[in-house]
Design a binder for this molecule. Structure first.
Ligand code: TXA
Ligand code: MG
Length: 353
């Protein structure tokens, strides 16, 4: 199957019309959102949804998010809309917040992987909204990467993973946030299953206390059940090995440099992911500055791109851990998963040297 790429910056009307026709005929279309690129199918057509799992190589016990273009579409997809969802929808939709609640009958079990709950979000991206509106069905879409790889934040990443597997990629340029949406379950106590650009602090300002699922910053224990099935799979893994180093910026940088030269000596090719605060400390080493520690959203915006681009050309990536407040939580959640939770404490490591 030949994969066509259409720029919606140049041809929004033609691209989204073709995309909507493909979705309505049961095919797959990759499209930009403000978070990452999605791989969409008609969310009311179980057979079309099954094609998503095939194209991604995704285990079919991992449920998908339904994307809508109008807030009022939510009531068709949920058994009912609970009161506490309303201020969240008013404040954060359209935008990078996914909400989970009891599903309505029309939602096929192919979307929910057999669960009685369904995840819904209303993206703010212009192309995404035009596509959903024209398709006139909710679009089921996971991130448009092959399962296990970092999520795609531009059309080239999608093409690298999906060439010849899907008929169409809509290219809307780089994604604004670069990490996937915050996933909040409203079944029982409000609980963040996956952190994103809508932070715990922002949610709490609107609805009061919000819990964090246990597996956000640590691997699931052997006997633990994943609150969100996606949590149990290997994620965001670039080709290179990733190691996270935690500590103050100074200690972190000293430890990273010392590991860097040890690894070089062992014959590895190594790249450092530096930050605005530490980049000058890595002079002479191979380092890529990915953002500002004080503004973790800048780190989020670049992480997946850098993991894909740099991860393909070196053996080991050394990355700095950061504080987990605000968007720092989403950053550390993705980074630690990319590292398979391989984490080194800079202070303890320097004492050993
Ligand atoms: O930003 C995003 O959310 C992107 C764009 C394309 O919208 N989509 C995305 O989808 O990241 P995906 O499939 O890669 O991640 C969906 C996450 C998974 O971790 C899945 O397990 C969880 O949401 N999820 C979906 N439905 C669920 C449900 N009913 N209960 C618990 N977790 C659910
Ligand atoms: Mg994904």
């Amino acid at each position: 199957m030949n994969t066509q790429v259409i720029s919606t910056i140049l041809q929004e009307e033609a691209g989204t019309t073709l995309g909507a026709n493909l979705i309505r005929s049961g095919e797959l279309v990759a499209f930009p959102t403000e978070t990452v690129y999605g791989l969409g199918a008609n969310g009311l057509d179980g057979e079309a949804v099954n094609r998503i799992f095939e194209a991604k190589g995704r285990p079919n016990d991992n449920p998908l998010i339904l994307h809508i273009a109008k807030k009022s579409d939510l009531k068709k997809l949920w058994a009912h809309v609970p009161d506490r969802a309303l201020p969240l929808i008013e404040t954060f939709w359209p935008g990078p917040l996914t909400l989970i609640f009891q599903k309505a009958e029309i939602v096929p079990y192919e979307v929910t992987a057999g669960l009685e709950t369904v995840a819904v979000r209303m993206p703010s991206d212009r192309t995404a909204r035009a596509l959903i509106r024209k398709a006139d069905v909710p679009i089921a879409a996971p991130s448009a990467n092959r399962s296990g790889k970092p999520s795609p934040t531009n059309a080239q990443h999608v093409l690298d993973d999906m060439d010849d597997r899907i008929p169409l990629i809509l290219d809307g340029g780089d994604c604004k946030y670069g990490v996937e949406s915050t996933v909040l379950s409203l079944v029982g106590e409000p609980t963040i299953l996956r952190p994103g650009a809508v932070t715990k602090e922002m949610l709490e300002a609107v609805i009061g206390p919000v819990q964090l699922a246990g597996s956000i910053l640590k691997p699931l224990g052997d006997r633990e059940v994943a609150a969100s099935p996606g949590m149990k799979y290997k994620h965001y893994a670039p080709d290179a090995e990733v190691i996270v180093v935690d500590g103050t910026p100074e200690e972190t940088a000293r430890c990273v440099l010392s590991l860097y030269y040890d690894l070089l000596e062992a014959g590895k090719t190594v790249e450092i992911l530096s930050t605005k605060q530490t980049h000058f400390r890595y002079r002479g080493a191979s380092a890529t500055e990915i953002g500002d520690r004080e503004h973790p959203e800048t780190l989020c915006a670049n992480l997946f791109r850098v993991l894909r681009e740099i991860g393909a050309s070196c053996d080991v990536i050394l990355a700095e851990g950061i504080e987990t407040g605000e968007e720092g939580l989403a950053y550390m959640n993705r980074l630690l998963r990319a590292a398979g939770f391989h984490r080194i404490n800079a202070h303890a490591e320097l004492l050993k040297k």
